[in-house]
Design a protein around this ligand. Structure first.
Ligand code: FEO
Length: 398
């Protein structure tokens, strides 16, 4: 099978998952890749494995380069099953001298595979090991995004093998950032950050500062998903810096679900108000937009306006699910507001406000409710809500 030499004697031997469309609730329309890397030298080292169902791709690719039994060390940068699912099979095949992992990696490997007989070599944060002409420095990245996560850095090659960080769910036959459509690549990188890392943004900021302060020279970043950043590692580092600050842009989202189109009419009027102030607005109907695509837009929007009809004294299920998802990811530093139609009780607006308060959004309004069907005057109020939001956003960012 096709392998790629990403640096002298360092090969991509991973797998492309062309068919995956759902990653525990995250839509992966473009599929993904599980990247694994094989570095040859005095000691041959395999960095990570692939999802279990694609283990034969990994094995064939390794065989294209060397006999798997010649692998000395397996590095487990991250225990999540998309990178470790093939590990039992690979360990049986390779019989490695060492399985290198962090302290939490060791615990998590035991909890996943229950194999206390494996030859674990637990490293300390910042520890370096020599593998002949090259060195591997291990940098723990706890909670980015699991407790076991770490980077492997090869200083002689200025190569950072970054596990999930800087990844994208992009299934492609191309392996490098300069071979794919740039807009699509950055969209997928942003979607990945929004749906996996938003919650851990303070840790991302801390890590980026550590990397900057340590003077680590990086000319290639090889994540475990998607393409390798060989031409623009600086751009993805800068993007992570920007995203991790949740600064927000002059952009407002009107995210809604509707029962009999009254809330939809309100959504359009709210968006019209935002637009009239020259601020970018997106109307996102939850019945046709996947929650993970909406979350991607939330990442850099400064204003979030939620709309939902009241159903059975509560929210429509799609809005309830979206709020649960967004609350888990905890975007910060946003203005918020809510609206919705109702028949007799009207709890939806209060519930959306409560969810936004929990995320510490700055609520700009108590919320707009319309009984059954909006009138011309109530749509005017909706439009005014949009104008108010747009002005708040402009004041904050200009
Ligand atoms: Fe790609 Fe956290 O696994």
């Amino acid at each position: 099978m096709q392998v790629y030499e990403i640096k002298k004697d360092i090969y991509w031997v991973g797998a492309v998952d062309w068919t995956v469309r759902d990653f525990h609730g995250y839509s992966t329309y473009e599929g993904t890749t599980y990247n694994a890397f094989l570095m040859l030298g005095e000691k041959n080292v395999l960095f990570d494995t692939v999802k279990k169902n694609l283990s034969s791709d990994l094995v064939h690719r390794i065989r294209t380069v060397i006999d798997p039994e010649k692998i000395d060390y397996i590095v487990v940068n991250h225990v999540e099953m998309d990178h470790s699912g093939s590990l039992p099979q690979i360990v049986d095949l390779v019989k490695p001298e060492k399985i290198i992992c962090s302290k939490m990696g060791h615990k998590n490997l035991l909890d996943h595979f229950h194999r206390s007989d494996w030859p674990y070599h637990v490293i300390e944060n910042g520890e370096e090991i020599s593998v002949g002409e090259r060195t591997i420095k291990f940098i723990e990245t706890r909670m980015l995004h699991w407790p076991d996560s770490m980077f492997s850095y090869i200083p002689e090659e200025k190569l950072l093998i970054s596990s999930d960080a800087f990844g994208q769910h992009l299934g492609t036959s191309e392996r490098f950032d300069d071979q794919v459509n740039w807009e699509e690549l950055m969209y997928q990188a942003r979607k990945y950050y929004a749906n996996i890392l938003t919650l851990y943004s303070p840790l991302v900021r801390k890590l980026l500062k550590q990397v900057e302060d340590s003077g680590l020279e990086i000319d290639m970043i090889a994540p475990d998903h998607g393409v390798i950043w060989r031409s623009h590692p600086d751009k993805i580092l800068q993007a992570y810096k920007d995203w991790s600050h949740h600064k927000g842009e002059r952009k407002v989202l009107v995210i809604y679900d509707t029962m009999w189109h009254s809330t939809e009419k309100m959504a359009k009027a709210v968006a019209d108000g935002v637009e009239s102030e020259g601020v970018s607005v997106q109307i996102l109907d939850l019945s046709v937009n996947h929650r993970s695509d909406v979350m991607t837009e939330v990442l850099d929007a400064k204003g979030i306006i939620l709309g939902c009809s009241t159903l059975n004294n509560g929210l429509l299920p799609r809005m309830a699910g979206f709020l649960m998802y967004m609350r888990g990811l905890r975007p910060t530093n946003k203005f918020g507001a809510a609206f919705g139609s109702f028949g007799w009780s009207g709890e939806a607006v209060g519930l959306m406000n409560k969810a936004m308060e929990e995320m510490k959004f700055d609520l700009i309004h108590d919320g707009l409710k319309v009984k059954y069907v909006p009138t011309h005057d109530s749509l005017k109020e909706c439009r005014e809500l949009g104008i108010l939001m747009a002005r708040k956003v402009k004041e904050a960012l200009d």
